[in-house]
Design a protein around this ligand. Structure first.
Ligand SMILES: Nc1nc2c(c(=O)[nH]1)N[C@H]1C(S)=C(S)[C@@H](COP(=O)(O)OP(=O)(O)OC[C@H]3O[C@@H](n4cnc5c(=O)[nH]c(N)nc54)[C@H](O)[C@@H]3O)O[C@H]1N2
Ligand SMILES: Nc1nc2c(c(=O)[nH]1)N[C@H]1C(S)=C(S)[C@@H](COP(=O)(O)OP(=O)(O)OC[C@H]3O[C@@H](n4cnc5c(=O)[nH]c(N)nc54)[C@H](O)[C@@H]3O)O[C@H]1N2
Ligand code: SF4
Ligand SMILES: [Mo]
Length: 785
């Protein structure tokens, strides 16, 4: 295992060893998030416009330099911006994904024209024809099969009116939303049920914290806006202790005091053992537990025999010199003593596997145990500014055909279609298509084929996939994914510099104050693309819902939202540098908002034990997996629900994000592809795909060297990609970095692996429906070079 220096980084000696094994540690990450500008080869600019970056949809503010021809030539961050800086008086920047937006605007890989399928071929048409053709097809579809036979997919990047059109006006009850089935379902659902709130395990009150547990997250690469990475680094400079729990030696692990290279899916054991120590040592917040929680006795019982020695074995940490039971004890004590100024940040590492629901419960339980919820330095709850509902301002009628109250159409059909939350399961959509329950799909800024069960969506040489089997597929997209190529209608969206933007929060650099940010379009829509808002509005009007789309453009819609705070988009951009922070007393975001019954879902208490309403659900779960699952915190062995490692498939495959890419959305751009290759020292190779990070021990046994092409195979499928050999990974795991490449993706040369070809429709968390990205695999040398 890697030797760690006192700061938790790899020592020089172990780095040399790593290099000798042919590996180069990733250099991407926090160094590069501090870049401040990007320029193109276009003539140097003369005029300034504004923008909000939308590549990962967090809206960091941008200053856009324009040349005389009105072309964007440079992008810069905006100082003090709530998402792009660390707060008041700090520098605003753009991360590598943000900087590559200049390339996105002018990328020749973009979809340049509306297309509709005629005589079996996608053909270019003008907007009038595209919109009237789409409206006709959707009307015929509803007449023939009913709107409930349609499924709607949208990503983070979507304009809100898309769901309104399909869900509330057209009457399609099946929507696959975030965050449940694709993002961090196990954690989101569990956090909500317990009372912390689905997403609140992510946010730490960084300016006041003393102890940070980074648990299955890499916030220095996968931040939710640059404020987050910057505030974490500032806390570190201030002396806050950082412990990263991750099978991979991530950018955040490199900056941590301690890296725990945990065996994947064993986090629940570590959390239970921490609770064991905290309770035994009397370090928990007795008053909080007594007054504001339910089920402590069950929790206490569950952890009574979960000693650090037990957890050190279960988590594999005992195998690493100096990282066994004593370290677990120290971390538990350090965390509890620093509380409430101690926080946990977790996201997909504990949210994306079939058997992480209990692990998530055990980790969330620690927050209430030490009483750090919404207290200075602990888990932070944010508030949003009071904006107007544009639908109330813009139109008076009640929305017709409202399917929002009927989410169960598909879930009633067959038990396998639904998770226990009642939402349709994305991985089962191909089966719904086979059974004739789903016959069409509309999607916007999304590509379901890189999320999960890819073979079922895409098909094989022998059989058609779901995309081909559907009668109608309509997409609003910017690049040619296989989903777009197989669609019947493709409507090209303008990129973020080409449209008005608006965001409000919420989480960001000003955690005591809500804020808003917005900007007008900086440049004209390129080629024959249009802003998504306009595409949806035109389609809505053509479908007969004129009165619900009264806005001439997105600026009018945004101004309706801003009515309540007495601002316009023009004023926000020109007078406030794109952002406004509500710093008056009336809007202040207080701590301890749970006082008076303010836990998630209006619950009076935090629930350690989910027994009150949920007995039936856990009974069903126990039956499904053939193991006793209780409503309290509990240890569930990896493989009880998800994949078990076998002799044939002995390695556990994970997939993660990297700082250059936002999901599967920017693989068509050359700048991030180059930067990724450079970060592994593999830029000289004729390959611009993702990488399989593998430990030298595992690579050596298989005759694999850094830069070799390899095949990863599971029981369900296989894919090829390039190996990156490094000691910075738990030896039993391999990690695909980043996901979103290969078959079905927008990478123009098809380089890289769609590792979801290895996933099967059954691989989901039965509670939330989350797609499992922990797959038992074998890796072998060779593949197409
Ligand atoms: N294998 C695997 N899959 C995952 C995850 C994982 O960890 N592993 N993570 C999941 C998570 S956490 C999330 S939140 C989801 C997020 O996923 P989403 O936000 O739903 O989707 P993206 O992958 O960003 O969407 C990619 C598509 O967006 C299109 N696109 C790019 N730019 C634009 C644009 O400007 N306009 C429009 N209309 N389209 C554009 C591209 O053509 C591309 O096909 O993915 C999930 N999928
Ligand atoms: N650059 C970039 N930033 C992003 C995004 C993006 O696509 N690109 N997407 C945004 C979105 S929607 C999301 S959901 C977030 C996600 O944010 P993160 O969850 O921070 O995403 P990752 O970087 O994939 O980090 C997940 C970590 O979990 C680890 N992990 C995997 N399995 C286990 C396990 O069993 N136990 C433990 N302890 N760790 C495990 C992985 O090794 C990985 O380092 O990022 C957001 N920010
Ligand atoms: S963090 Fe997201 S929104 Fe901000 S610059 Fe980077 S990609 Fe853009
Ligand atoms: Mo996500």
């Amino acid at each position: 295992m890697s030797e760690r220096d006192s700061e938790g980084g790899l020592t020089r000696r172990s780095l040399l060893k790593t290099a000798a094994a042919g590996a180069v540690a990733s250099t991407a990450g926090c160094g590069s998030i501090l870049s401040t500008s990007s320029s193109s080869s276009l003539t140097r600019g003369t005029e300034t416009a504004y923008g909000n970056c939308w590549q990962c949809h967090k809206a960091c503010g941008m200053e856009v330099t324009l040349n005389e021809a009105g072309e964007a030539t440079e992008l810069h961050g905006i100082d003090g911006h709530p998402r792009g800086s660390a707060g008041e008086g700090t520098k605003g920047t753009l991360c590598p994904k943000g900087l590559s937006q200049l390339e996105k605007a002018y990328s020749p890989e973009r979809i340049k024209q509306p297309h509709v399928r005629k005589d079996g071929e996608l053909q270019k048409v003008d907007w009038d024809e595209a919109i009237s053709y789409t409206a006709d097809r959707l009307e015929d579809f509803a007449d023939e099969y009913g709107p409930e036979s349609l499924i709607e997919f949208h990503g983070w990047g979507t304009s809100g009116v898309f769901s309104t059109l399909f869900r509330n006006l057209y009457g399609c009850p099946n929507h696959v939303p975030h965050p449940t089935p694709t993002c961090f379902g196990s954690m989101a659902v569990t956090g909500t049920l317990m009372g912390l709130g689905g997403g609140n395990i992510r946010w730490i009150d960084y300016p006041n914290t003393e102890y940070i547990l980074v648990w299955g997250r890499d916030p220095l690469e996968s931040f939710a806006g640059q404020w987050e990475a910057k505030q974490l680094l500032k806390a570190r400079e201030r002396g806050a202790k950082i412990v990263t729990i991750d099978p991979v030696y991530t950018e955040t692990a490199k900056k941590s005091d301690v890296w725990l290279p945990i065996e994947p899916r064993t986090d629940g054991a570590l959390a239970l053992a921490m609770a064991n120590v905290i309770i035994e040592e009397g370090l928990y917040d007795e008053e909080f537990v007594e007054e504001y929680t339910h089920g402590f006795e069950t929790y206490k019982e569950a952890v009574a025999d979960k000693t650090p020695e037990w957890a050190a074995e279960k988590t594999g940490l005992a195998e690493h010199d100096g990282l066994g039971a004593e370290t677990i004890r120290e971390i538990a004590i350090g965390f509890a003593e620093a509380a409430p100024a101690a926080g946990i940040t977790s996201w997909t590492g504990l949210g994306q596997s079939a058997d992480h629901q209990k692990g998530a419960q055990n980790v969330v339980a620690l927050t209430a145990l030490v009483g750090n919820i919404d207290r200075p330095g602990g888990q932070r709850w944010h508030t949003s500014p009071p904006l107007s509902d544009p639908f109330e301002v813009g139109c008076e009628e009640e929305l017709p055909n409202n399917a929002a109250d009927n989410p169960c159409y598909l879930t009633d059909k067959e038990s396998g279609y639904a998770s226990m939350t009642g939402k349709p399961v994305q991985n089962r959509v191909p089966e719904m298509v086979d059974n004739g329950d789903v016959r069409g799909m509309v999607y916007y800024y999304r590509n379901p084929v890189t999320d999960g069960a890819a073979q079922e969506w895409l098909g094989t040489d022998e059989r058609e996939g779901a995309l081909e089997k559907m009668d109608l597929v309509v997409g609003i997209d910017a690049f040619w994914s296989e989903t777009a190529r197989k669609a019947d209608v493709v409507l090209p969206e303008a990129s973020q510099l080409e449209k008005p933007m608006f965001e409000s929060g919420g989480y960001g650099a000003y955690n005591e104050h809500p804020w808003i940010t917005g900007s007008k379009a900086a440049i004209e829509p390129q080629w024959n693309s249009k802003p998504g808002f306009e595409i949806v509005s035109e389609l809505g009007r053509e479908m007969g819902y004129e009165e619900y789309f009264p806005w001439e453009d997105k600026t009018e819609f945004i101004n309706d939202q801003l009515e309540a705070v007495d601002l316009t988009l023009e004023e926000l951009e020109q007078e406030h540098d794109t952002y406004y922070v509500f710093d008056d007393e009336q809007h202040r975001n207080p701590y301890e908002k749970w006082k008076g019954g303010g836990f998630a879902q209006g619950a009076e208490e935090f629930w350690f034990d989910l027994d009150k309403k949920l007995e039936g659900m856990y009974g069903k779960l126990s039956e499904q997996v053939g193991a006793e699952i209780t409503t309290g915190p509990q240890w569930v062995e990896p493989g009880t629900i998800g994949d078990e490692l076998t002799e044939e498939y002995p390695l556990e495959m994970l997939d993660t994000r990297t700082v250059e890419f936002s999901h599967g959305g920017d693989q068509a751009l050359s700048l991030p592809l180059e930067q990724l290759a450079e970060s592994y020292g593999l830029e000289h190779e004729d390959y611009r795909g993702n990488y399989l990070v593998i430990h030298p021990d595992q690579a050596g046994e298989r005759d694999i060297e850094h830069g070799d092409m390899v095949t990863i195979a599971s029981e369900h499928g296989e894919a090829e990609l390039m190996a990156a050999v490094t000691e910075g990974i738990h030896p039993g795991a391999v990690s695909v970095e980043p996901y979103g490449f290969g078959r079905g993706s927008i990478q123009p040369d098809g380089d890289g692996a769609n590792n979801m070809l290895l996933n099967s429709p059954e691989q989901i968390d039965p509670v939330s429906g989350e797609i499992d990205r922990h797959i038992a695999v074998e890796v072998s040398p060779g593949g197409d070079d």
